[in-house]
Design a protein around this ligand. Structure first.
Ligand code: 13P
Length: 284
């Protein structure tokens, strides 16, 4: 496949203070909509699949589609495993041609997360594949959680220093108040913590759960050191809203091309809005 490593893409972003989208694909329309948008605005791109998306699409289809999509592209693209849950899953993706993997040991105790990440880094780096890891726990969208409980799950800046030094990981996902999926209230990001972490570590920092976070807050996080921003739900919502709108207008629709095509177009437009916020336009 015509892919580059995520490290190459993110090191440029880190040097020039912008962020690149880690955009999740769920099917062919997502893949095509996302790549078309990035090509139109000349942005680098990190295409990512969760383990669930790999199960849904099938590994051979993921790889086959990405191979077709990247054959004639002029922008740098990485194919990345999002939230890899085990050493074995990361190795399976690498064997199938992924140029980057995330190992998510964030729910394990600190030392165990570190050992697991070290093991993945050693194997991945030996074949030129980059690695993202996570420290701290995402969540925090629950209304009934106290501030102390919330902050206890956030990334500890001192731990981040030790983790990065000892694992040699290429990018670190941190917990500063975002959550995956749909927010119940307005997400409150801990920018002071982000600033402290960014002052202490040199590698690119990743923000997960960016869907539903106001554009100005994502922009602020990028100016303060975030170099990769993960988005999935926003694109799912854009696709589904379009399909619902079409069915409301024409309940007799039956040809999937007549609603999946416009859904793909809706994803493309939403991706371009995100790229504008991240500042990766014309950075390809
Ligand atoms: P959202 O679905 O909330 O955008 O989160 C995506 C993500 O962080 C994937 O790792």
């Amino acid at each position: 496949m015509n892919l580059v490593s995520m490290k190459e893409i993110l090191d440029d972003a880190n040097r020039e203070n912008y962020a690149v989208g880690g955009f999740n694909i769920n099917n062919m329309e997502f893949l095509q909509g996302i790549i078309k948008a990035a090509e139109e605005v000349n942005s680098p791109l990190i295409l990512q699949t969760s383990e669930g998306a790999i199960r849904y699409i099938g590994m051979d289809y993921v790889v086959g589609m990405v191979e077709a999509a990247t054959k004639n592209t002029s922008i740098p693209i990485a194919l990345h495993l999002d939230h890899g849950g085990s050493f074995e899953k990361t190795m399976e993706c690498i064997r199938n041609g992924y140029s980057s993997v995330m190992i998510d040991g964030s729910k394990k105790p600190f030392a165990e997360n570190m050992v697991l990440t070290q093991k993945v880094v050693e194997a991945a780096h030996s074949v030129g594949v980059s690695v993202e890891a996570e420290l701290g726990k995402l969540g925090g969208s629950e209304d009934d959680i106290t501030v102390d409980e919330r902050e206890a799950t956030f990334t500890d800046p001192e731990e981040a220093v030790e983790f990065v030094e000892k694992t040699g990981v290429d990018a670190l996902a941190i917990a500063i108040g975002t959550a995956h999926g749909v927010y119940k209230g307005k997400p409150e990001l801990d920018f002071d913590r982000l600033e402290e972490i960014n002052n202490k570590i040199d590698i690119p920092i990743v923000l997960h759960g960016a869907s539903g976070v106001p554009g100005e807050d994502v922009r602020k996080a990028v100016t303060m050191g975030i170099n990769k921003v993960n988005v999935n739900t926003d694109f799912q919502q854009a696709f589904t809203a379009k399909v619902k709108e079409l069915f409301a207008e024409k309940p007799d629709l039956y040809d999937p091309r007549k609603y999946c095509g416009p859904g793909r177009e809706a994803i493309k437009e939403r991706v371009k809005e995100k790229i504008d916020i991240l500042g990766s336009k014309n950075k390809a």
